[in-house]
Design a protein around this ligand. Structure first.
Ligand code: HEM
Length: 287
């Protein structure tokens, strides 16, 4: 039996169980997804204790040197003191010109510079979403969403991640995808399209790996077997259907484009947020 110190508490881990299993058994809220060392959602850093080599398979040499490891494939051989994998990268100051592979950095000036202050990012997203919108497996998810909207949202989301500027005001990925049943396999499929796209736009290999890590840090929020309710604070919102609201400011009907005056009660689609004026309220499109 080994001791694992994590966020100020101590846990036990048997030599035949992984650290992830031990944490979940003891009720710890711990990030994970694939449970087989491929998605890196559970990545942590060992600050004290030695790690079994298998727990660092697939990580870059810099990550191995810094004690990054994957709890889902780590059957400990020593007592450990561990911290979440994003803690050090968030605080760490990289020397100018230093490059790092797998683990994402936020903000990431090197990435933003390679994206030519966003110009290349816009091109990448145009290319990626053109492919996604005509892809047999991905396009059904985008029903009712324009390609331009998807690109713009993603641009602002990534710009915020890479620059640290507060420019993204959309849903966090957990809520944005709450109704989408996305398997690990589909997530991997989308990821391979994205990685191919980054290669076509000549992003250096280590930055492609960093982008992959960034996306993978959201895997646990996106992959699921059945829809989740959207959560705002502690309030659960229904997965689909319509609500009614009285407008505090005027707007336009998303069905007939007519002006809707303030004070009018309208119907709105809970997922898409589209509004329907009193004339169109009873025949909005299904989504
Ligand atoms: C198979 C995987 C994925 C699918 C099928 C998918 C699909 C979608 C769709 C259909 C939307 C539009 C939702 C709407 O406007 O109602 C969306 C929005 C979004 N997605 Fe994904 N997505 C996937 C993976 C990811 C990943 C890996 C990330 C980033 C790490 C991501 C980040 C976002 C963001 C930031 C939005 C905008 C949220 C908003 O509208 O406020 N998605 N995604």
């Amino acid at each position: 039996m080994f001791k694992v110190e994590y966020l100020g508490s101590h846990y036990n881990c048997g030599s035949e169980e992984t650290i992830l299993e031990a944490m979940l058994r003891q009720g710890v809220k711990f990030p994970f997804s694939c449970r087989k060392g491929s998605c890196h959602a559970c990545i942590h850093i060992a600050e004290k204790g030695s790690l079994p080599p298998d727990s660092q398979k697939g990580l870059s040499s810099e990550q191995v040197d810094e004690g990054f490891f994957l709890p889902c494939v780590c059957k400990p051989t020593d007592s450990l003191s561990i911290i979440p994998g994003n803690k050090r990268t968030l605080n760490k100051k990289l020397p100018a010109g230093a490059s790092e592979g797998g683990t994402f950095l936020s903000p990431d000036p090197e990435m933003w510079e390679a994206l030519d202050d966003g110009r290349v990012l816009a091109e990448i997203l145009e290319d990626f979403y053109t492919e996604a919108f005509s892809d047999e497996r991905l396009s059904p998810f985008f029903h009712g969403v324009t390609q331009q909207r998807a690109q713009e949202k993603q641009y602002l989301f990534l710009r915020q991640k890479f620059t640290g500027e507060k420019v993204y005001f959309g849903d966090r990925p957990k809520n944005a995808h709450h109704w989408m049943v996305i398997s690990n396999d589909l997530f991997d499929y989308r990821e391979s399209l994205m990685m191919e796209c980054l290669k076509r736009h000549n992003l250096p290999e280590h930055l492609i790996e960093r982008w992959r890590s960034l996306e993978n840090s959201f895997r646990g929020d996106i992959v699921k077997d059945e829809p989740w309710n959207r959560k705002i604070g502690d309030i659960e919102m229904p997965v689909s259907g319509y609500g009614e609201v009285t407008l505090e400011i005027g707007s336009l009907c998303d069905s007939c484009n007519a002006e809707i005056q303030e004070g009018t009660t309208v119907r709105y689609h809970l997922r898409l947020g589209t509004l329907y004026c009193p004339n169109c309220m009873n025949s909005p499109v299904e989504g």
